[in-house]
Design a protein around this ligand. Structure first.
Ligand code: AHM
Ligand code: MG
Length: 335
């Protein structure tokens, strides 16, 4: 018996037909992003053979050294998306300013934000990395697109997703109707639906955090991790396992698959920064995906998706994953 294979295109068409969630231009946008991810996946796979590894010897707006693949992935996403007429502008973790669609192309109504290659420190060591993206609608009125148009809360996203380049290449997507996963069929060159209605278990015995920063954390985060480490003898009454891949995409993907909690909290190495991760390119899309899978995402004080952004490259403290655990850490911040 042959199994019925549902392609990304068919999934998007059906979402549009039955739920009215995806206007034609949003569908085009998502298909173009998925195609760009396919190209990035090929470049990642070539590795040393494609001369894509190593540093580009440049820095991004946050002062981080860029890898060659960071720049390649950024260019692939821009080139793929600028001409289709579906976008007004793009913003990327790797670009100082927004990229308005050039005048020679029609202007669309959507804004696309991305971290072209998340987990940069893992590129050269052949560990999973990914692309994270978020889609907003350009507010009505005002002819020219501006940074201000992007400064919307995560709750206004109309689509969000990521693509993980790991042992398999998987695209994970939400348009506000649950979370679906598509695996890249390399022979056919197509995305095939492999999981629908993904649900994160509400409880977990697995946490993900960079433990080397423990001495710099705030007391609520220290308390939570300390209680996990005490295992069966402590207040939690169970043993916990720990994972830290240092690629948010890979840690979040594991959590979507089998539960867990991920934290990159504020720490006092750089006390004036709210955290390491970026609100618009990482926390908002991942926060919405996790919520759509029945999990929760906060900065310890409020829901990530309710944070009103003040800056494009704004950073944020992130706690996300299994609902009961996220609520526990968040409640420790109120105590
Ligand atoms: P990047 O976007 O520059 O790759 O940085 C984000 C990454 C996340 O994917 C990951 O969770 C975190 O940085 C790891 O940080 P650290 O090396 O401090 O553990
Ligand atoms: Mg990143």
């Amino acid at each position: 018996m042959t199994q019925k294979r549902i392609s990304l295109t068919r999934y998007l068409v059906e979402q549009q037909r039955t739920n009215g969630l995806i206007p034609a231009n949003l569908r085009l946008l998502l298909e173009v992003v998925a195609r760009a991810c396919k190209r990035i996946s090929i470049a990642v796979n070539h590795g040393a053979l494609g001369e894509v590894l190593g540093s580009a010897e440049s820095e991004n707006v946050q002062g981080e050294v860029q890898k060659k693949l960071d720049i390649i992935a950024n260019e692939v996403l821009i080139e793929a998306n600028e001409w289709g007429g579906h976008l007004a502008a793009m913003a990327s973790e790797e670009m100082d300013n927004i990229y308005a669609v050039p005048n020679r192309y029609p202007q669309g109504e959507y804004l696309l934000l991305f971290d072209p290659l998340d987990g940069s420190s893992n590129i050269d060591v052949n560990v999973s990395i990914g692309t994270i993206f978020s889609v907003l609608k350009k507010p009505e009125g005002g002819a020219d697109v501006s940074v201000q148009d992007f400064l919307q809360t995560g709750s206004r996203q109309v689509a969000a997703g990521y693509c993980i380049y790991g042992p398999q290449t998987t695209l994970v997507l939400t348009v506000g109707n649950g979370v679906a996963m598509f695996t890249l069929d390399r022979e056919q060159g197509s995305w095939v639906l492999t999981s629908e209605n993904v649900q994160i278990p509400v409880d977990t015995k697995e946490f993900a955090v960079n433990m080397s920063n423990m001495r710099h954390w705030a007391p609520p985060v220290k308390r939570y991790v300390d209680e996990c480490l005490q295992g069966t003898e402590g207040p939690r009454g169970k043993d916990f396992n720990m994972r830290w891949i240092a690629s948010m995409v890979a840690d979040v993907h594991r959590i979507l698959t089998r539960g867990g909690i991920f934290m990159y909290p504020w720490d006092k190495r750089e006390p004036d920064k709210p955290g390491k991760l970026r609100l618009m390119y990482e926390a908002n899309p991942m926060g919405w995906i996790v919520e759509q899978a029945g999990g929760a995402a906060t900065n310890g004080h409020q829901r990530i998706l309710d944070i009103a952004p003040e800056k494009l490259h704004q950073r944020v403290s992130v706690i996300l994953g299994s609902k009961n655990e996220v609520e526990r850490v968040t409640s420790y911040h109120q105590a």
